[in-house]
Structures are given as C-alpha cells and as structure tokens.
Design a protein around this ligand. Structure first.
Ligand code: T1G
Length: 702
C-alpha cells in the first residue's frame, strides 16, 4: 500500500511512500481517497496532513500509467474528496512537487513547504494538459496571468516565489512531516476551517488577448512547432468563468485529447529515453564509480575552455593545461568573460561565478594533472597530436584515473593504445558550447572496461548532462548520421541547384531550431572540413562528399566567424544574408562533379534530410554502434536540434510507419544519393515484419 494513515495528537497524516519520486498511480489515489474519507469520519481528527516519505513530494502522475487507460479512482474523484473534506486538509511539500502532485496540493485547503522545495506544472514539456484540475485551481490561487505563464513554461519555481504568488501559505523547516503536522496544529489552534480552492474565484480574472500573446512571446522559442498551448489557453480561460465543474469537464476532455496526440507521445518517448540511455547491458558487477573531485583538461581552446567550465559548474576542481602562455591566457579570459556575461544575463550571481572561476587553475606543465581523477584532452583534431597528449597524461595521472579524449572523429582503439591503460581510456564527446549543450556522447573503445563506462556515465550525471554510450565507429553516432545523412543530402541538393535558404526554411518548419546550412556556418565550416579529413582517413567515402563545405573552407569562407560561409553576415550580426557569390561557386562544383540541376519540392527536401537520418540510424543499430533506437533519438534531440516534439528520427519513423518509410526511401532512390538510399537491412526487416524500432528496443531489453 503506497499511503499510510496515522493520527498524531488529533491530526491525521496521509503519508505517501512510492519510491523513487512518489509518482501517483491508482494505489496512491486510493490511499488519498481513503484518507480523506477517514479524516472526515473520525471525530477525534481535527485536520488532515498530506506528506510524502523519501526525497520528494508527489512528482506527478505516473507517466507509465498514463500510457494506457487510467484505472479508478479518478483524479477528479480523489481531489474532490480532499477539497470537500469537512476538516482542514494541509499539503506539506518538499523536493519537487510537480504536475499531478501539485494538483493534489492545490485541492487541499492549505499548503506549506520546505524552503528547498520546488514546484510547478511541467505537463507542457510532455505535451500534456494537466488533467487533475490544475488549469482550474492554479488561476484561482495565483491569478490567471501567472497561472498561464507557469503552465505554458512548465518551469518549476522555488517555494519563496510560490509563497510570494500565494500558492504556498507557510514555509517550514526541512522536515515536511514534522513541519506539516506543526503547521496543522497552528491552523487548528487558530480555528481555521476548510477552504476549498474552487470557491476562491476572485483571483481567476479574465485576461486579454494581449496578455496571452505576451506569455506566448516570452516562451516563443520553447513553443516552436508546438500546439498543446492552444488547448491550455482554452482551459485557463474556462477557469475565469464561475462554473468550476464546467471548467473541470473541459480540462478533462482537452487533457485526454492531448494524451493521444503524436506531440505528447513523442515528448514522453524522449522523457523515458533520456532515462533509459543510462542503462547499459553488462553493468551488473561493475565497480561503483569513484567520485571525480579533480580533473585535468589539456587544451584551452573553445572546447577545452567549455569543458573546464562544465566541470567547474559541477563543483570539480580543474587544472587547465596549455603549451603556451598566450593560448592559456586566451582560454582563461574566455572563461572569465563567459561567466561575467552569465552574471549580466542573471543566469548566476557574482559569488557563484567567482567561485567557479577560482576552481579553474591554468598550468603550462602536464605535471599539474598529477592528482586528477580524470584527464581529458581537447587539443586539435589530429591523431598523432592526440596520441602524444594522451601518452603524456597517462604518464602523470594517478593509477585510478580515467583518461578521456574529446575527439569527434578519431579511433578510440588507436588513441587508447597510445597509453599503458587502454581499459581506462574512453571518448567523452562534448558538443559546443560544452558548458551548455546537454548531450555527452560516451565512446566505448574496444579496450574500454565496463568500470570506465560506468565512471563516464556517473560523470555525465554529475555534469547534469545526458550521457549516451556509443560504439567506436566512423563519426560515432551523431556525426555519422549528420555527415553521411542529413548534411550530405543538404549539400547534394545545393549542387542540384536548391538555394540554401530554401533547405534551411523547410527544415526549420519541420522543427529544427536552425537549418543545416546555418548550423554549418555557426559551427565553423572549417571545423567540419577538419573533422571529415580525419574521418575519411579512417574510412573512405564516395565523392562528392561535402565538396561545397570543403571549397568554402579553402576559400576562407568559414561561416559566421569570418563574415562569409554559405551566407554572408554583417559585422556583429548573426543574421544569415544571401550571398550572390554562392550560386556560381556551387554551380561550378556541380559541373565539376557532373551533378545535374534538379526540381526539388519542399516535401522532398524534408524527406531526404530526415529519412537519410533514419536509414543510417538503422545501420548503426544493426552494427551494434548504439544500444537502442531511443538512444539515437536522445542524441539527436539533445545534441543536434532534432525537434523533441517529434521524438527524434527513429521515433518519428515509427510514427510514420516503417513500411511507409521504406516506400518513401525507395521513391528517393533516383534523387542522386545513389547507394545511400539502399534501405538498411534492419529497417527492411522491421518494415516487412510490421514491427517498429521501439519494439526492437523492447525485445533487446527483455
Ligand atoms: N512517472 C513515472 N516515472 C517517473 C516519473 C513520473 N511522473 N517521474 C520520474 N520517474 C522515474 C524516472 O523514469 C526514473 O526511473 C526515476 O523516476 C527517477 O527519475 C495528472 C498528467 C521528479 C524532477 O513531468 O521531472 O502529472 O530510470 O532519473 O533526475 O495533470 O524525474 O530510475 O527507472 O528523472 O532526480 C508531471 C517528471 C507528470 C515530472 C526527478 N510530472 N519527472 O528527477 O530523477 S504528468 C513530471 C521529473 C501529470 C497530471 C499530469 C524528474 C524529477 P528510473 P529521474 P531526477
């Protein structure tokens, strides 16, 4: 049973205990319903407190239960019973009170919270409408505009702000049970009675179109391509009407619709995929990872400096090592200015910034790595150079330390063999900016031990990054799909006469924050050229292979940083402007590679870019270079800008139906991509068997 019922000096306590996050399922609902009934019936009971054991108050509905038909008792029945209880009902919040958990609290008559508690309605991030009265009660407690903003953003707030908004009545110490019981005693002593939220209509006043537009504008970036917000606005508007029941009914209807929508299925897929990717076969028996307290980063360029910041942000001391004092000073001043601008933008306060800066010490001597638990090289992408740096690190690092490479293209096996501890060598492929991007591709080489993989996964968690373990192949997973698929097709279409702006606008309408040509210019066209140069040394690729980008690099058109790439840029302005010189340049390359112009429709652009990802993703799975199709979805949604609300390329393919995907791929066979469009064996197999990538994942997990 997930809810215990106790009585302490006349105060009833409903104690929820369903680890790890007290997610609400039928058993929790039944326990709460029973508690409300008993508290009402037992005369000795003066009030009822709802609190939770473990690290957090209820963190929402059990998402696994929401995937099917939600069994009784319903949320509405349970929350109505709490709200109609003849004795005061108090919710005592701690940890993360989210979604359905906060809705339970809002159906209570009073709310107190620990100072460290955080609370919010994250349903929007899952493409769901709250379904337990949240859209009707929150406006009554904090006002319509604040409620709409909290519901649209889905961002949790701390308890001080919640008290300021009127959502929380009282802040208590850090013990939610004792604090809740004491607060209840105080209320009873003060003669406080039930205070149904549904009757607090005063604060749920109607808001105008302008206010609503203001909220949508504030969250425009997160709302790109989304639709759930439309239904949410309808539900919140209903809360401004006197008929509470009617509002509840509309919410229930819209919430049920949202649960069925592809947008929510995709977002929930990504939620669980991000948690699943930490599960690696063969983990059982692995040693528990040693905590990384001190790290050495070799190379203070853009990546090295960003990695040093990511480590310092997580409380790890960093020795940043460079060969020359000018390069070292440049790296340290970049770090200082990044932190200063974070303070100016209100992301962190000055004290935090100076604490983090002081964690990063610069050195010109590799011996500074002598006490590190982890050594990471982030030097120029060159095999010989990286091998020599790893060999030096290996010589000075303590025996227990992990040796890592930030390579995005080179063979981990070869890099590991440059050291005397190949089993402790692993790829930690950060994405630029390394202190911001959430994805960490963890590259497992042929020699890498499971203990080292476990340590890397634990480090990813410490750095608050999503660590995905991949195999040591050409471009690992993300880059291989980008270079052999998405960007290669984009370049081929340029050579076939499609303007870059059209390709970018189609892919931005598909949901990418930025189209492939703008991304190439932002990342630096030369960076791609350098990485590919190393990659094709490892494994050849048939021409034309990114000939446009390589030509741009040779012409010094490096993208935003040089004012010209595929597009041109005005000084200090990142707006991509068409450049008349590009068309003749690309046409000349097309002639050189005998590529004929071609009429390409927008749907074809989208299909070639997206389905090329799916096809290569399927090959990667068949080759065992990724554990799950859902891992590939995590890589693309958290590292390459694939829209989360489409679930990632593999989930997106499942939503289209793999038979249809194969059919569309076959139709693309004559678009010039040649053998790249021969359908991957695994994809064909699944399509012919009427199966999906997620079924394939489940079968392998069982
Ligand atoms: N349902 C089921 N499982 C959940 C869960 C949930 N809501 N939340 C977490 N888990 C599992 C998770 O999969 C993982 O499992 C373990 O708990 C630890 O999670 C009716 C419709 C609470 C901030 O969106 O944001 O209420 O991998 O690794 O980093 O209107 O989990 O160990 O097997 O993430 O400390 C709204 C979702 C639901 C909150 C903790 N609630 N959860 O973070 O641990 S919709 C949410 C989180 C709803 C109502 C509607 C985070 C967390 P495993 P974790 P964490």
């Amino acid at each position: 049973m997930s809810v215990a019922f106790e009585i302490h000096d006349g105060i009833a306590l409903a104690l929820v205990d369903r680890p790890p996050v007290n997610a609400i399922n039928a058993s929790v609902r039944a326990g709460l319903l029973d508690a409300a009934r008993r508290a009402g019936e037992i005369s000795a009971v003066r009030a009822l407190v709802i609190a939770c054991r473990g690290r957090t108050f209820m963190s929402g509905a059990d998402l696994a239960e929401l995937a099917g038909k939600v069994p009784p008792p319903s949320y509405v029945d349970v929350l109505t019973a709490l709200e109609n209880c003849p004795k005061p009902v108090i919710a005592s919040l701690h940890g993360t009170a989210l979604g359905g958990g906060l809705e339970v609290a809002m159906a209570c008559h009073y709310r107190c919270a620990t100072a460290s508690a955080r609370m919010g309605m994250p349903e929007m991030t899952l493409g769901i409408l709250p379904g337990a009265g949240g859209t009707q009660r929150l406006p009554r407690l904090v006002g319509t505009l604040h409620a709409l903003d909290l519901l649209i953003s889905g961002t949790p707030m701390d308890s001080t702000r919640a008290k300021g908004l009127g959502l929380i009545d009282e802040l208590i110490g850090e013990d939610p049970i004792a604090g809740g019981l004491a607060h209840a005693q105080r209320l009873v002593a003060a003669g406080a009675g039930p205070r149904p939220t549904r009757s607090l209509a005063s604060r749920a006043t109607p808001i105008g179109e302008q206010d609503i537009a203001g909220v949508l504008e504030r969250h425009a970036r997160a709302l790109k391509g989304r639709t759930t917000q439309r239904a949410l606005i309808r539900a919140v508007n209903a809360a401004t009407q006197p008929n509470f029941e009617a509002g509840l009914r509309l919410e229930a209807e819209l919430s049920a619709e949202s649960l069925d929508a592809p947008e929510s299925r995709a977002l929930r897929h990504v939620f669980f995929a991000e948690r699943e990717c930490a599960r690696i076969p063969g983990l059982a028996g692995a040693a528990s990872p040693r905590e990384v307290r001190r790290a050495a980063v070799v190379g203070a360029g853009t990546m090295g400096a960003g990695i040093a910041m990511a480590l310092a942000d997580a409380g790890i001391d960093v020795a940043l090592i460079e060969r020359g004092s000018a390069a070292l000073e440049r790296g340290l001043s970049n770090i200082r200015s990044n932190y200063e601008s974070a303070v100016q933008r209100g992301r962190i306060d000055a004290a935090t910034a100076s604490g983090r800066i002081s964690r990063i010490q610069g050195f010109l001597d590799m011996d500074a790595a002598g006490e590190a638990d982890l050594g990471i090289e982030a030097v120029f992408e060159n095999l010989e150079l990286k091998c020599s740096v790893l060999a030096q690190l290996d010589r000075v690092l303590p025996g227990h330390a992990i040796v890592a490479s930030n390579t995005s293209s080179l063979s981990l096996r070869i890099l590991a063999e440059a050291t005397r501890r190949p089993q402790a060598v692993i790829g930690l492929h950060f994405f630029s900016p390394a202190n911001v991007m959430r994805l960490l591709e963890i590259v497992r080489g042929a020699h890498t031990s499971i203990d080292t993989v476990v340590a890397a996964l634990s480090l990813a968690k410490t750095l608050r990054k999503t660590g995905v373990v991949v195999g040591d192949g050409f471009g690992f997973v993300g880059n291989r799909m980008m270079l052999d698929g998405y960007f290669r097709e984009s370049e081929l279409m340029l050579l076939q006469g499609v303007p870059p702006a059209r390709i970018d606008s189609v892919m931005e309408s598909f949901g990418f924050a930025m189209g492939p040509n703008k991304v190439n210019d932002m990342a630096g066209v030369d960076v791609g050229t350098r990485v590919r140069a190393e990659l094709v040394r490892r494994e050849a690729r048939p021409a034309p292979y990114h000939v446009v980008s390589d030509a741009l690099t040779s012409l010094g058109r490096l993208g935003q940083k040089s004012g010209r790439g595929i597009y041109r840029y005005e000084p200090d302005d990142r707006t991509a402007l068409p450049d008349a010189e590009i068309e003749p340049l690309v046409a000349a390359l097309a002639a050189k590679h005998a590529i004929a112009p071609r009429e390409v429709s927008d749907p074809e652009i989208e299909r070639r870019c997206v389905l090329s990802l799916v096809n290569i993703g399927a090959s990667i799975l068949a080759e065992g270079l990724a554990y799950r199709a859902s891992d590939i979805d995590v890589i693309w949604t958290s590292g390459y800008g694939f829209p989360r609300w489409r679930g990632g390329p593999m989930h997106y393919a499942d939503s289209l139906g793999l038979k249809e995907v194969v059919k569309q791929m076959r139709e693309l066979a004559d678009t010039g991509g040649g053998s790249y469009w021969s359908v991957s064996r695994l994809l064909l197999e699944l399509a012919q068997g009427g199966r999906t990538f997620s079924e394939w994942d489940r079968e392998r997990a069982s």
